[in-house]
Design a protein around this ligand. Structure first.
Ligand SMILES: [Zn+2]
Length: 286
């Protein structure tokens, strides 16, 4: 009698787990079958998605789903990319490819995180490592190891990654990029102050991390032609905006488009958002 109860106690949770895992797998398969198909891998080498994330955090108190992707969703997205034969590359790889024709692996993708939240290290980094993926984290230099003072009052207080976490990620192969000193709207500053924000964040990060910082992300996506020139003159090799689209031939390396990933996306929506950029709308017939 007690043995039978024991068997039930042991097997019931196992069965439940199996059912749940099966349901998850079925839901993911359904999501993939309902989403539009990816282009063939060789086409993907010409147009490269640069995914844009901010927070990867399970805690709703850390912010809304506009900027916060729950780790479980992020994990499924990475699982999907790996399963479809995507290879993560760096922004420098992309620029070298676009400018000099440097070969890229099939289905290249760049994964980026803006601001430098501690949760990138806590939640996203282990998942990236699981798939052997790399990424780029754009850091607000003056908030490293502190909190997101740049959007105080508009967003909940979040911890930012410290130098120790940034160094550990860099040692693994994560690119650390700059996102200014204080996260201002660069277009609202004098050119001199904008130059200081762009240039000194690079110098500060390089001094602390002991490695070159070559990529930049415009806070709030605010940029113009002059600012793109300042970024180039400051010694960067590439910069990303928040404009939506893929990186492709003829693009200015200092105004690269990205693909936004929101926390509200299920896997099907993630695939749809990714794939739609490979197929631009056909020109309207006259
Ligand atoms: Zn930002």
């Amino acid at each position: 009698m007690s043995a039978r109860i024991l068997i039930v106690i042991v097997t019931l949770p196992l069965l439940l787990l199996l059912v749940l895992a099966g349901a998850r797998h079925a839901a993911d398969s359904l999501a993939q079958s309902l989403a539009p198909p990816l282009p063939p891998p060789e086409r993907g080498e010409m147009e490269i998605p640069i995914l844009m994330y901010h927070k990867v955090n399970p805690d709703p108190r850390m912010g809304g789903l506009g900027l916060r992707v729950p780790p479980e969703k992020f994990a499924r997205q990475m699982e999907y990319l790996a399963g479809q034969g995507f290879h993560t590359v760096s922004l420098i790889d992309v620029v070298d490819h676009l400018q000099w024709g440097k070969p890229l692996p099939p289905r290249p993708v760049v994964i980026t995180f803006d601001d430098g939240y501690l949760d990138n290290y806590t939640y996203a980094f282990p998942i990236l490592k699981k798939y052997g993926f790399t990424a780029t984290v754009f850091v607000v230099a003056h908030t490293v190891g502190k909190t997101n003072t740049f959007d105080a009052g508009r967003q909940p207080v979040n911890k930012m990654a410290g130098w120790r976490e940034l160094k550990e990620m860099a040692d693994y192969g994560i690119t650390i990029g700059a996102h200014t000193l204080d996260h201002p709207r660069l277009t609202q500053l004098s050119l001199e102050e904008a130059r200081r924000q762009i240039k000194e964040s690079k110098i500060l990060l390089e001094a602390e991390l002991g490695r070159p910082v070559e990529v930049f992300s415009y806070p709030y996506g605010k940029y113009n032609r002059e600012l793109a020139r300042v970024v180039r003159e400051s010694g960067y090799r590439a910069a990303v905006t928040t404009e939506q689209g893929l990186a492709g031939p003829g693009d200015d390396p200092f105004t690269l488009k990205r693909v936004r990933v929101m926390g509200s996306y299920d896997l099907q929506k993630f695939i749809t958002e990714l794939v739609k950029h490979y197929y631009p709308p056909s020109p309207v017939e006259k």
